[in-house]
Design a binder for this molecule. Structure first.
Ligand code: F6P
Length: 356
């Protein structure tokens, strides 16, 4: 009878609770194991005694649809250089490893993006932790896997926002700029932009030219289409190639690339513009059916890897099924939009302006 732990690490997203539920149901119902939920990512293992709760099927079942993570999470504090109040950094990795062994765990399932999975793997290698990874992130940029948990819900939320903005944009003859998350990858912008019928989509993978965008807006106006919707990824640079604010993702939301483009477009084309920054709304709420399905499939597959004692692997979605790869392979490179890929061709075929 195995005793396994599960934790959620890094930024939250929809579908995390559905994974915990799937792991708990499969581990208990199919294998008869014990499942422990670690609180606040690796921080729960750092505490003395470790902060963890034994999970039951009855407890986790209602969490299937719920956004966020009931276990709590954090994306602060690399345990190998953990920030102290006085500004110094200490190595806390041994405390996490101790916590894992103190709980008497046979294996740990870590749900995280590439950054969290890299840290968890380092801990696992150092401390004899039997680790299985599950990819989650609204950015959909974890290497190898075609889908990560949370992405579909984020695309749904962004699409719904774009749908709503069409009406107000048309009523006021405005250019509505929608700034979406995605870190260094344009997946959310590209997918939501196509789904929402955006006129302009700007992503970090395709350098843009402001004149092209303004000419496109003017051509639309000349054809009597006096409004436009532009979807912009948060990591799109200024036209002079600067990423607004280093550590950009936190600060530039207040006056980031959306605002920058709005001012530039107004100055060049005379169009009236407004900016909507979707921010963390993209991470919250009830998870989409697709995310729940993916979360359930990943959760079951992770338990099966543990049953087969195949560790140091991450479950993936490839070619319409769940597979697994060594974690090293998944964290080697993050996955950005292929500028020559299908969806870029689709966008061009729809005469969406990509700014190039
Ligand atoms: O990686 C997920 C993500 O939501 C990014 O899209 C965004 O840039 C970042 O996290 C925001 O991080 P935080 O919640 O720490 O502000």
């Amino acid at each position: 009878r195995k005793k396994i732990g599960i934790l959620t690490s890094g930024g939250d997203c929809a579908g995390l609770n559905a994974v915990v539920r799937a792991v708990t149901r499969c581990a208990i119902k199919v294998y008869g194991w014990e499942v422990w939920g670690i609180c606040k990512a690796t921080h729960g293992l750092m505490s003395h005694p470790p902060e963890a709760i034994q999970l039951s099927v009855k407890q986790v079942d209602p969490y299937l649809t719920m956004g966020g993570t009931f276990l709590g999470t954090t994306n602060k504090g690399d345990p190998f250089a953990f920030p102290m109040i006085d500004g110094s950094f200490v190595d806390r990795s041994h405390r996490i490893i101790e916590g894992y062994h103190k709980l008497g765990l046979d294996a740990l399932i870590g749900i995280g993006g590439d950054g969290s999975l890299a840290i968890l793997r380092k801990l696992a290698q150092q401390g004899g932790i039997n680790l299985v990874g599950i990819p989650k992130t609204i950015d959909n940029d974890v290497g190898v896997t075609e889908r990560s948990i949370g992405f579909d819900t984020a695309v749904n939320i962004a699409t719904e926002a774009i749908d709503r903005l069409h009406f107000t944009a048309a009523s006021h003859s405005r250019v509505m700029i929608v700034e979406v998350m995605g870190r260094d990858a344009g997946h959310i912008a590209l997918n939501a932009g196509i789904a929402g019928g955006a006129n302009i989509i700007l992503i970090p993978e395709i350098p843009y030219n402001l004149e092209n965008i303004c000419n496109y807006i003017k051509e639309r106006q000349a054809r009597g289409r006096d409004y436009s919707i532009a979807v912009v990824s948060e990591a799109v640079c200024t036209d002079t190639g600067e990423l607004l604010e280093q550590g950009h993702f936190a600060d530039c939301r207040l006056g980031g690339i959306g605002q920058y483009l709005s001012e530039k477009i107004t100055a060049i084309s005379d169009a009236e513009t407004r900016v909507t920054v979707l921010g963390h709304t993209q991470r919250g709420g009830i998870s989409s059916p697709l995310d729940r399905i993916l979360a359930s499939a990943f959760g079951v597959a992770a338990v099966e890897l543990i049953a087969e004692e195949k560790y140091d692997r991450m479950v993936t979605w490839q070619e319409r099924s769940v597979k697994s790869v060594p974690i090293t392979e998944a964290i080697k490179d993050y996955r950005t939009v292929d500028p020559h890929g299908t969806l870029i061709k689709t966008a061009r075929g729809l005469n969406i302006c990509l700014g190039d």
